[in-house]
Design a binder for this molecule. Structure first.
Ligand code: ZN
Ligand code: ZN
Length: 236
């Protein structure tokens, strides 16, 4: 066997068993005169013991030759190393799990914080909307009062103006009629006649001919004369 199968502990050279099967190891001789010799150790499943091919075993029938003792120690070392590695791996796994849990918690915290900020922003936005609506409502209510007041004022002004206009019209009509009445009879043109102070003066062509007043039978009445003057003034 051409394998490096020794290691050094302090000043002592110690053989390192090499596993060739689950139940078989090779181990080099530690005797300087037997350097290069390699013994095979095989596990006997019946006796539950390791069996060596060295002379101490084959000639002296020593069941615990130094190779068997070395292998037992080596297996214990390996198991201790494996246990240490597993312990370390478990610790690492635990640390990783703790880290992951922490990161998950941090992520959740961030989510909650973000959601809270979002909610606060929503509340602030809604507050602003409510404030704006209140202001709008207040503004909408105030001008309505003003409009009502103005409307009432306008109505009052309109009523007053209408009253004034009616009075002015009445005065104007009175003023127009007053001189007519003062100067002479009231004459109105109708179909084929003139109405003079309420009496009908019939026209023949343009000439006033008959009045229907009680005086007209007896003499030429004032209505007929007024009608003649009226027609003359029209003819000019
Ligand atoms: Zn041996
Ligand atoms: Zn008359």
């Amino acid at each position: 066997m051409n394998v490096t199968m020794t290691t050094t502990y302090g000043n002592e050279s110690i053989a390192i068993p090499v596993r060739v099967e689950v139940d078989q190891y090779l181990i080099p001789s530690q005797f300087p005169s037997r350097i290069g010799n390699v013994y095979t150790l095989t596990f006997n499943h019946v006796t539950k013991c390791w069996e060596c091919t060295c002379k101490d075993t084959t000639h002296n029938h020593n069941p615990r030759c130094k190779h068997v003792r070395r292998l037992a120690a080596y297996i214990q070392e390996q198991e201790a190393i494996q246990a240490a590695i597993q312990k370390q791996a478990a610790a690492i796994a635990q640390a990783v799990a703790a880290q992951t849990a922490l990161e998950t918690l941090e992520a959740k915290y961030m989510q909650v914080t973000a959601r809270e900020a979002e909610l606060q922003a929503t509340i602030a936005r809604q507050d602003a909307e409510i404030a704006a609506l209140r202001q709008e409502l207040a503004q909408a209510a105030a001008p309505r009062e003003q409009t009502t007041a103005t409307g009432e004022n306008l109505l009052t002004v309109a009523v007053q103006a209408l009253a004034a206009a009616t009075q002015a019209l009445a005065s104007s009509t009175a003023a127009k009629r007053a001189p007519t009445k003062a100067k002479g009879p009231v004459i109105e043109e109708v179909e084929g006649a003139l109405m003079v102070d309420g009496y009908k003066v019939k026209l023949v062509g343009v000439m006033p001919m008959f009045c229907n007043c009680p005086e007209a039978e007896l003499k030429q009445c004032k209505h007929l004369r007024a009608a003649e003057r009226y027609q003359e003034s029209k003819g000019k």
